[in-house]
Design a protein around this ligand. Sequence first.
Ligand SMILES: Cc1cc2nc3c(=O)[nH]c(=O)nc-3n(C[C@H](O)[C@H](O)[C@H](O)COP(=O)(O)OP(=O)(O)OC[C@H]3O[C@@H](n4cnc5c(N)ncnc54)[C@H](O)[C@@H]3O)c2cc1C
Length: 391
Amino acid sequence: MEKYDVIVVGAGPAGSTAAYYISGLKVLIIDKSDFPRHKACGGGLMSSRDWHLELKNYAKIKDKLTAYSCSSIKIYWNCEYIANRRFKHLFDQISRYEFDNLLLEEALKKDNVTFLKFDLQKIEKMSLKGKSGYTISDGEKNIFATYLVGADGVHSKVSKFLGNPALKSHQTGYCLECDIVCEKKDLDVHVVAGYLREIGYGWIFPTAEGYQVGVGIVRKPGRDLQYYLDNFIKWTIKKKILPEQHEIKRTFGGALPLKVVKTYCTNNIMLCGDAMGLIKVLTGEGIYYAMRSGKIAGLTLSQNRDNLKKNYKKKMRPLIWDTFLTPYIPPKIFTLAFWTLFFRVAKIFDRLTVLRGLNVFVDFFMRMAMHRKKFQGQSYYRDEKIKIEKY
Ligand SMILES: Cc1cc2nc3c(=O)[nH]c(=O)nc-3n(C[C@H](O)[C@H](O)[C@H](O)COP(=O)(O)OP(=O)(O)OC[C@H]3O[C@@H](n4cnc5c(N)ncnc54)[C@H](O)[C@@H]3O)c2cc1C
């Protein structure tokens, strides 16, 4: 039987980053897909101007990436315009097809890392020559490793093996997105919260070749997701954001985990990224958290293996807090009534000159979305440096 020190399950941003940061151990990274592969995602790398300062693998790929830089946003509540804001930089929009492949290539440049297309079906605890570990199987082949890193996304089999139950519908974002090729005139990011009175939002991100349009809804939506997306695209055309002449290149569905799982590590297994439910609940942002948790998993395995569980938990805690209290505040409290009140008050504050300087609503919302709690230092995204302008 093939034997490794570590098997990283999943070659998305979490898995590739974990593999990149593991040193001194023989690593196999597996994925059920051939790369490059598409992944349902808006592709917004929030606050990415500073990522190279803390993520070495991102620093290596950033100049090779085809990215579209976005710096202004218009916010709506159920199609009603609320406010706009401009920044020096908001996010870079990238294609996950290209991004994930570049990250995997970077991990595979390391001598200790290899890749195998392998659809994990089963995990078993076992001992091999007196060494305890795990065998993974795809139904035909078995591979052994002492440690597992579960970076296999929202429907993680590694997380299930650790006993975590499937997410409930109020802990899940149901999403459908499409890539649109067209002439691009409107360069703003548009975010339509509470679209058709569902919790979640519709988004329009300018991309290198047109727009990325999508809808994400928390709790199982009342109708088919395609209905919301079609309806949303019609609205964006009516608003003259999207031109009548456009081509929908690809439509893709996916889910977002909105709760950190109860057991995300033991002394031999660590979860990261979507597999552990590490998503900023306010925005649905997950790429940064996937990479940061991958880095922490990789470094912990390389440097602090003796008490893996304790060390990983200690390093993960600030990152979990940064995702806006998801493990502690049940998403249930963010009801439609809560958000309706929030955006209505935000709109009033934005319109009345006397209250404008006090618009803690829109500005707080934006700061929460962009700010990195534990990553300050030289960062341009430190609270006091985020310049927010109305236009
Ligand atoms: C529609 C949508 C829009 C989004 N927009 C944004 C955005 O704009 N910005 C942002 O930051 N985040 C966004 N996210 C969230 C972001 O996509 C995720 O948080 C991110 O992809 C998590 O990375 P990951 O590496 O943990 O998991 P993934 O990227 O999901 O990678 C998991 C990998 O594991 C593999 N895998 C799964 N099961 C197995 C198995 N059994 N055996 C082998 N391999 C397996 C998969 O093939 C996959 O390659 C969005 C999500 C959705 C659904």
